[in-house]
Write a protein that binds this ligand. Structure first.
Ligand code: SAM
Ligand code: SF4
Length: 327
């Protein structure tokens, strides 16, 4: 693999990490994301050949890690084929995925065998009732069983994503932290406002500082940030395993550590999760011979990346919900 240049924006940030959405469709109804379930047109997503060309070019531009996301990525019938294509691309060292855990006990091994080596499972509540209330699905036991299996299979790392929600799960931080102490790598994400969840955001956003206070009170210590790491902060405990992370997009300087680009399921390059829409890459994904033009296009578009999001001004860009772009 020849890596001809590196993706760097006007602010000196580099982008070794691509979040690739492969579908908008989701079968869950998370109250902060798709409370009424998926309403879109489940068509027109990038095909395997388009994904192969896209990933090859990103790898040549220095991308080392690809996360398959969605909607729910595992709903793609050709998910395993996609994972195989991505994982066999020269230069790609980590193939990660984020899933709601649907049918995970039956499918986790096949994901691993297809080359996925890191997995995030979203679990916002620690009882069947709470899980059902937040996700609209009564599948807590299945998702937990899937998580345990992933830990045995050898994905590295296995992480649990939980969106921090005022009154819905922030009152259970003790239980979450105790669970992390058993060796679970937990990662809280502060609720972010999107085009469609303003009222929900006003009711349920709470600063991640509540988590930080609780962790410090319980003797957890913030780990030094690794040079290439993204925006998450991570805490560990001196006397037991596990870790607790926090993604706090409203915190000061959050965007200075941005290390990721996003491509939507229909081939739009999103320079920011809260940007004004995607830049269509699809015209350059139809033939292998367009690889150089695709590279040029991506490099030029990167010049448009802005320093930071406008969430503090309630500017959510063109993102109606995270299922539309992969979070
Ligand atoms: N469906 C998969 C899942 O839920 O894991 C993958 C896609 S989902 C959009 C990716 C992540 O974004 C999930 O962990 C989800 O909880 C998180 N998410 C969705 N909407 C969010 C919001 N408004 N604020 C913060 N996190 C959000
Ligand atoms: Fe689906 Fe994930 Fe959105 Fe929940 S957060 S509705 S599982 S895309």
């Amino acid at each position: 693999m020849s890596q001809d240049r590196i993706l760097m924006d006007r602010f000196g940030r580099t982008f070794p990490y691509l979040r690739l959405s492969i579908t908008d469709v989701c079968n869950f109804k998370c109250s902060y994301c798709l409370p009424d379930g998926y309403q879109g047109d489940p068509d027109g997503f990038l095909g395997v050949d388009e994904i192969r060309r896209l990933v090859r070019v990103f790898a040549q531009l220095g991308t080392k890690k690809i996360r398959l996301t969605g909607g729910e990525p595992t709903l793609r019938k050709d998910f395993l084929e996609i994972a195989e294509v991505v994982s066999s691309t020269p230069g790609i060292e980590t193939v990660a995925m984020t899933t709601n855990g649907y049918k995970l006990p039956e499918r986790a091994q096949s994901f691993f065998d297809a080359g996925v080596n890191a997995i995030n499972v979203s679990i916002d509540g620690l009882t069947p009732e709470k899980f059902h209330l937040i996700t609209g699905k009564n599948r807590f036991e299945e998702v937990m069983e899937g998580l345990r299996l992933c830990q045995q299979i050898g994905f590295k790392p296995v992480k649990v994503n939980a969106v921090l929600l005022k009154d819905l799960n922030h009152t259970e931080l003790d239980a979450f932290i105790a669970w992390a102490s058993t060796g679970v790598n937990l990662r809280f994400i502060e609720l972010m406002e999107t085009g469609e969840n303003r009222e929900y955001f006003d009711a349920h956003h709470i600063s991640g500082q509540v988590l930080v206070d609780q962790l410090e009170h319980d003797g957890w210590i913030e780990a030094p940030r690794e040079a290439w790491a993204g925006p998450a902060r991570v805490w560990k405990h001196p006397s037991h395993g596990g870790s607790v992370g926090l993604i706090a997009p409203y915190s000061k300087d959050f965007c200075t550590t941005c290390n990721r680009l996003r491509v939507s399921a229909r081939g739009g390059l999103h320079l920011c999760l809260f940007g004004e829409g995607g830049h269509d890459l699809r015209p350059w994904l139809q033939r292998d011979s367009d690889a150089d033009r695709l590279k040029e296009e991506i490099c030029q578009l990167l010049d448009l990346k802005v320093a930071g999001h406008g969430l503090h001004q309630h500017n959510t860009g063109a993102t109606p919900h995270f299922a539309s772009i992969g979070g």
